[in-house]
Design a protein around this ligand. Sequence first.
Ligand code: IMP
Length: 196
Amino acid sequence: MALTVVSATANRHKLDEMRAVFGDAVELIARPTELAEVIEDADTFVGNARLKAQAVCAHTGQAALADDSGLEVDALDGDPGVQSAYYGGGDHNDAANRERLLSELRGVDGPQRTGRFRTVFVLAWPDGAEIVVQGTCEGRIGNKEIGSNGFGYDPLFHPDDGDGRSFGEMSSDEKNALSHRSQACVALLAAIASRS
Ligand code: IMP
């Protein structure tokens, strides 16, 4: 029987991507519209995902699933990390975030431009039980933006398991086959299955 959980994200792209992997195993209910935005002030992906999952869980009395994601660049000691959405100033200003990343990496050669997208999921139940899983996608940061698909850092990120194109050049199906979020969804399904 499907596990029913309330999603802490209202992002349509993320919901579609998660539903595609979960299939019939997990029924994702949309985030209640009246629930205020949760302030994500933890300094780890797990901490921020937990804040969001627990807020939705407390509001609905149902199991809640939250994700937190970002880009970790090795030459920048893991930055932008949890600051990925705000890296260029402002809130989710993707163009400013990419511009700052390119500027911070000026002078860093191709082989050193390694990094990864990371997604952490926290699935929280009202009784305090939780599952924490993560997914990663290794890749390289390009010298310039290529492609206009996707969002965030996609035009700058070239996954190692791809064919050299950036995420920004891929269809959503192509990206989903490789993405950190899909890997995290697969890990979550395995964790749910081993729990029951
Ligand atoms: P969120 O926690 O999933 O909202 O991600 C925080 C930030 O990380 C986003 O605003 C993006 O800048 C970046 N990010 C996360 N996932 C992706 C992705 O799949 N592609 C590009 N950027 C991403």
